[in-house]
Design a protein around this ligand. Sequence first.
Ligand code: ADP
Ligand code: ADP
Length: 231
Amino acid sequence: GVDIVLDHVSKRYPGQKTAAVDDVSLTVNAGEIVVFVGPSGCGKTTTMRMINRLIEPTSGSISIGGRDALSIPANELRRSIGYSIQQAGLFPHMTIAQNVALVPGLLKWDKKRVTARTEEMLHLVGLDPAVYLHRFPRQLSGGQQQRVGVARALAADPPVLLMDEPFGAVDPITRASLQDELIRLHAEIGTTIVFVTHDFSEAVKLGDRIAVLGEASSIQQYDTPEAILAN
Ligand code: ADP
Ligand code: ADP
């Protein structure tokens, strides 16, 4: 993994009276899992989207692995940051296999390796490849689509993983096993992970550190789960 540094980052959407994210400075260390918790509308998604440059900060800067995010070409950034979101964001016209194989394909992995990885990732998220590979997203439940989204985000071993309520629609039993898989994978490959959740027990389970965010993502607390629970 690589570190992510936000330096006085603000975002004001056109026409907004107040900033969605106001003057946030925070460092996610290389290989760390940081969990953002905070009320709906406090700017968590906006922050994620600024890190992967789907949107640009109004002011301030973001660096990833010591490089200014703005200087990293968009296509390189897309390949080095896995992004999974609550709505899964699968391409509807593509099969499950094509969705999961997307980034390895862009990276020009050889076909056998892509196929093996696609199957491995579906197993990892608890979907039988024999059943699901050639289905389309609309043929899956919301929770299954989320799992495919997670598989796609992880497929190319990105150094950075941004996960925005990735398990929100997943049933509790599958969710617990996905959390365990994420912890296991993280221990194995040391990806830097920023994870957004509303579920405080999920934050405690996954986070090396938890950032408790208030209005406009102001940082209320940023510490280990143990330290936050002790307060
Ligand atoms: P969270 O992820 O914490 O729920 P968001 O980042 O989605 O928060 O939203 C932060 C604030 O920015 C909210 O007030 C939201 O209404 C506003 N917002 C989000 N996206 C847009 C947009 N594209 N245009 C205008 N305002 C937006
Ligand atoms: P197409 O036939 O248009 O290539 P597929 O859905 O069959 O569409 O395959 C898309 C991609 O998904 C392939 O390039 C491959 O990498 C991956 N894929 C296809 N079939 C399998 C499979 N049986 N196991 C694992 N990955 C597969």
